[in-house]
Design a protein around this ligand. Sequence first.
Ligand code: NAD
Length: 457
Amino acid sequence: MNLLAVYNPATEALIAELPADDAMSVSGKAVQARVAQAGWAKVSLAERKACIVRFREGIVAELEALATTMTNETGKPITMSRNELNGLLGRIDFFLAEVDASTATQTVFSDGGMTEQIEHPPLGVVANISAWNYPWFVGGNVFIPALLTGNAVLYKPSEYAAMTGVAIARLLHAAGVPADVFVLLTGGSAVGTALLAQKIDGLFFTGSYATGAKIAAALSTRLVKLQLELGGKDPTYVADDANPQTAAESLADGAMYNTGQSCCSVERIYVHAKIYDAFVAAFVAAVKTFKVGHPMAEDTYIGAITRAPQLDVLDVQVADAKAKGAALLLGGNRLVGPGNWYAPTVFSNVNHSMELMKEESFGPIIGIQKVSGDAEAVKLMNDTRYGLTAGVFTPDEARAKALLAQVNAGSVYWNCCDRVSPRLPWSGYGDSGVGLTLSTYGIQTFTRPKAWHLRQP
Ligand code: NAD
């Protein structure tokens, strides 16, 4: 039998060896899911909702153990693992509250014996290939609405969050979702590739641009519904009328939370020349308060880097920034192991010739660039192939809205950052992806709206 080894990135200790899938098991499971989906679609929405309510209760009952599992396999600080699980409860509540209205058959026209209706049948069997950085959030954004709307889900968690994937499957099955309706596929890229070869009705992916592009290419002749939630290089502009202290504290958290490993981490900061020095000083002071430590410690803010290869990416960006004249104000180096550790790193005097300001860092590292005014800030914010989120700090609402209207990003923030709401659609421009999750659109995306033209005889 294939085994997937799971290591703790904070200690390098082997913490589990899980039974893993291969091409043959993936194909067998996909066939079973196809058969099971027809039955699941016939289960009433009330009963499907009851399963998700019981799943929610299971999470609440085991929250501490689930948080510990996630921390052990990803290096996420334990307080942030708890935050993610508690945040997931709110997302589940949103889906439960909205699914009836979002999927009810709508009569959109009725006159002279002619009626027009929109029905929301499920897509069928959907595949969900997921990331490790927020495994409950990014998985739950897909499998919860997909199950509620009557789909079977072939769920492949990241190999870096595989134990969390096992826990998700166990809790869903205990809650009454049949084992062939929510199907766990364990393994790395080879299992993901095998999944793409199955007969599926939708592919919902969260991960890097590089993998997303490979998946899009693999499915290019298949005409399968495709959603890709990819990376970002998320900018924020701090205008001259902003409070540098408040903005710095908020943005330091936005850049370093989850050890900088969030798709919507603040990755670039532009500050008006008038308040640049005050902002930079306050930012460095804020980052200095972040404690690097063992992810299980209650006071740890910066945990381990989940994937060891990401340390090389950070080293390259640091060396490139230094070589091109950036000022290193904090960090800039790996920390002594065992495990994958990087010092919180802050650069000023950066520009767009540097990788640090162009390519996703996905770590506790940030560049702060001085700008002369709003026009330059907008130009630089849009100088990217990505477009996930962007923000502006200013007390002036009209100014913020005028600026953010010009920025190419799926989510925009006024005086806040690194924030996701279940009530709002989550999507990206450019290489940040196609399609969306969350909001009521993120429920309907798992349906195939069917048009009914009904003429009374
Ligand atoms: P990744 O692309 O390395 O892996 C994602 C998933 O794809 C994993 O399950 C992996 O096993 C699988 N995979 C790898 N190669 C594959 C292949 N050839 N075919 C099929 N599946 C394959 O990404 P990651 O390191 O897990 O996640 C980090 C990335 O995810 C970052 O770029 C981050 O910005 C992005 N992300 C985006 C969002 C969003 O909502 N936009 C949310 C979280 C993370």
